[in-house]
Design a protein around this ligand. Structure first.
Ligand SMILES: C[S@@+](CC[C@H](N)C(=O)[O-])C[C@H]1O[C@@H](n2cnc3c(N)ncnc32)[C@H](O)[C@@H]1O
Length: 352
């Protein structure tokens, strides 16, 4: 298709259908892994908290919480007053003693044994599948690159292309948010290809944008800036957000899909670093697919969270969890809105 033809297409920021397609690969393996560890049988016997259920099954409670959210979103578990139980569907069709137990069928029809194995291991251990799995799964190997604080130019190119695809629509959605017009300079921290900073700059011609990432990724983002013809407004900075001083000129810090890569403790550290570097009145933004407050879904957030479990040190957070993290650093006025960019929401808070 020619560029002219592509540009003539309506500029929709909605790519939810594509997300539904790729996240659907998690559905059957989640059911099979939970049948295997005994989740349905245990939740058919008695309602239990996530922690009690984890102890009963001998699995990791944090990982189990992510599975329960996905099972709830699929109609197989429900949460009432903090207690989880199997729904009538799961009691009838997924209890191993039930007449017409679907477990045998689902197990045999599931061809995605790779994902099944990764989900099972991480559910049992609470950690990413081991080194052997990391070498043969593309998206598993990639985050390990940035955790070392450095990467090859080739790895940066691959990660940027991967991220660019899944971030183009949500970047268009984020860019329409009026709050960015109130800022002078926005720093896109952990920018990847820079797609968010580029689109937000395009929508706000007086806004200066700094794309910040590890040196190799910042160099890669520079090529996206040049291709977009946005060099007059958008610059890049190679900075390790954990070990180096942050540039100080920005009155807004934007993180997309960055907090979800890290533990609660590391997110608190990032929030503190942002707070220190912002002026009074400055804003922090977290662009993420949010879990609901109860940890009961929705499915895209729960499945994406499981991808984080097997590939990173993080998970998808709820607004309640982000509020706690941001307030612990000193931020106030924590709010969130769906941007219209796919499933993403923009969390925003202010440094008093
Ligand atoms: C999941 S990607 C998100 C990219 C982009 N924000 C997006 O949503 O498309 C996480 C980004 O964080 C960056 N990152 C990881 N560790 C970093 C560090 N120590 N300093 C700066 N950036 C880092 C990675 O290089 C990567 O580009």
């Amino acid at each position: 298709m020619s560029a002219a033809h592509t540009n003539a297409l309506p500029p929709t920021p909605d790519d939810c259908a594509i997300w539904d397609i790729w996240l659907s690969q998690f559905r059957l393996p989640i059911v099979n892994v939970n049948a295997q560890v005994g989740t349905f049988a245990a939740l058919a016997e008695a309602p239990r908290t996530c922690e009690d259920l984890a102890a009963h099954l001998g699995v990791d409670a944090r990982a189990l919480a992510m599975h329960l959210a996905a099972l709830c979103a699929m109609g197989l578990a429900e949460k009432r007053l903090g207690m989880w139980r199997a729904t009538h569907l799961a009691r009838r069709w997924l209890h191993p003693d039930g007449e017409g137990y679907w477990g045998y069928f689902c197990r045999q029809i599931d061809r995605n044994t790779h994902l099944q194995g990764q989900l099972l291991e991480s559910l049992k251990t609470g950690r990413r599948p081991g080194e052997a799995a990391q070498s043969d799964g593309e998206f598993v190997a990639r985050p390990a690159e940035w955790e070392r604080g450095t990467m090859s130019a080739e790895a940066a190119r691959g990660i940027a292309a991967f991220m660019h695809a899944h971030s183009q629509a949500p970047a268009l959605g984020a860019a329409t948010q009026p709050v960015f017009s109130t800022l002078k300079c926005l720093m896109d921290v952990g920018c990847g290809s820079g797609v968010y900073g580029i689109e937000i700059a395009r929508a706000n011609p007086t806004l200066k944008v700094v794309l910040m990432d590890l040196a190799e990724m910042a160099a890669e983002a520079q090529s996206y800036v040049e291709r977009a013809g946005m060099g007059a407004q958008v610059t890049t900075a190679g900075v390790n957000m954990f070990t180096q001083e942050w540039p100080r000129e920005a009155d807004g810090h934007f993180f997309s899909n960055v907090f979800h890569d890290w533990s609660d403790e590391t997110c608190r550290l990032l929030a503190r670093k942002s707070f220190e570097a912002l002026p009074s009145g400055g804003r922090i933004f977290l662009n993420e697919i949010l879990m609901d407050d109860e940890g009961t879904g929705p499915f895209p957030a729960a499945a994406f969270s499981l991808l984080m479990l097997i590939g990173t040190l993080g998970k998808q957070y709820s607004l309640a969890e982000f509020r706690d993290i941001l307030e612990s650093a000193g931020f106030t006025q924590v709010t969130a809105e769906r941007t219209g960019g796919g499933y993403f929401s923009l969390v925003s808070a202010v440094k008093p």
